[in-house]
Design a protein around this ligand. Sequence first.
Ligand code: AMP
Length: 443
Amino acid sequence: MIMSNEIINEKFSELGLSSGVLSAVREAGYENPTPIQLKSIPHLLEGKDILGIAQTGTGKTAGFTLPMIEILAAGRARARMPRSLILEPTRELAAQVAENFSTYGKNHKLTMALLIGGVSFVEQNEKLDRGVDVLIATPGRLLDQFERGRILLADIKLLVVDEADRMLDMGFIPDIEKIMNLLPYIRQTAMFSATMPSEVQRLADSYMVNPIKIEVAPQKIAAETVTQKLYIIDGGKLEKQNTLLHLIKKENVKNAIVFCNRKRDVRTVDQALRKNGLNAQALHGDLPQSVRTGTLEKFRLGKINVLVASDVAARGLDIDEMSHVFNYDVPTNADDYIHRIGRTGRAGKEGHAITLVTSDDEKYVQQIEQNIGHKLNKEKIDNKHKIINSRKNQSKSLKVEQKGKNKTNKPQKKTNEKKKRNIEENKKNTIGMGDHIPAFLQK
Ligand code: AMP
């Protein structure tokens, strides 16, 4: 079992891949296979079922697409009967896998169709009618098309279920089971999942034959190139929005994703940023696919600088040179934190992950810190966006309090108004804020 995500010094050429695939891999700029590739490629080429415990970012997509290209190179597709099927939980991941397929399969004449919401059915159906080697789909859309009689699944010899635990989170397991029952019994199956909840294990036990289990260490740590910081804020939504705006302006942001936990916040934060002159756009699951695809494309091309998104953009999205990730909300699932901040600092580039924290987020911050195995760097920020250096201000605030006490005991006749205002200001910046800071958030 390989327990490291590092690229190992072994050659792609030793894995049994053909020269056409090897040259496509070389052109993609890969020198050595990643551990998941090293383990999965030879087994898949041998026709075995595999159960891969690996997250996005480990190179798992090439781990299954490269051998698939080899396997599918022999044989021809028949009309409406795809020869292989890749199931993805989201449209974005499906589209990304399709892109990978085109890159790695550039020296092969394989055909591919994409069945996801929003992508024109006319075009995809024409492809299906001509016959495709690979069908990449989200479960609901696939079933929908199957039930309309537009597609036959009787010729599927190779099935990949990607991100199985995510499918579970999204309630897709019944659909996956339905699909599995429509496929030929004799086929090869590969399933990938970042974690192995019992439901996913049960799926593997029921629908796979003696799968080889491959595990790479879960990516509990963010890339070393990502600087992580938590800002503790006091106040409601407006305060959060103002702080976010301030930080985006203060930081040297080239391009950023701002993650929100709820779709309605995606909308309001996006509006607030745009109202303040930022080149932002929203991305969440309720938007039509054409809009989602268009937004992502504009973001990739740098025509939009800030993407305000739900977790639909957290996993797998591979955008070069993203300078910042902002968590407008602390993610309630500790793994999502890793996924979200993994959008920056990719391929050895410098990245920044900034998280806004309120007093309601206590347990989620604790879970994240437990998950990543260390405490995160925290700073308190007041409603004037001043960073409060707790130690210095604590002693100051003590003086302020003592002075105040003296004053009440021995009131002076004439009060210097300016001094008084300063003291009040200091109190607001220190004591008031400190009152609301949960102990666990103090450094
Ligand atoms: P994945 O986990 O499949 O989403 O891949 C994550 C990223 O790693 C993608 O940007 C791939 O292009 C890249 N990648 C995949 N395999 C390799 C490799 N052997 N060497 C370098 N980069 C790779």
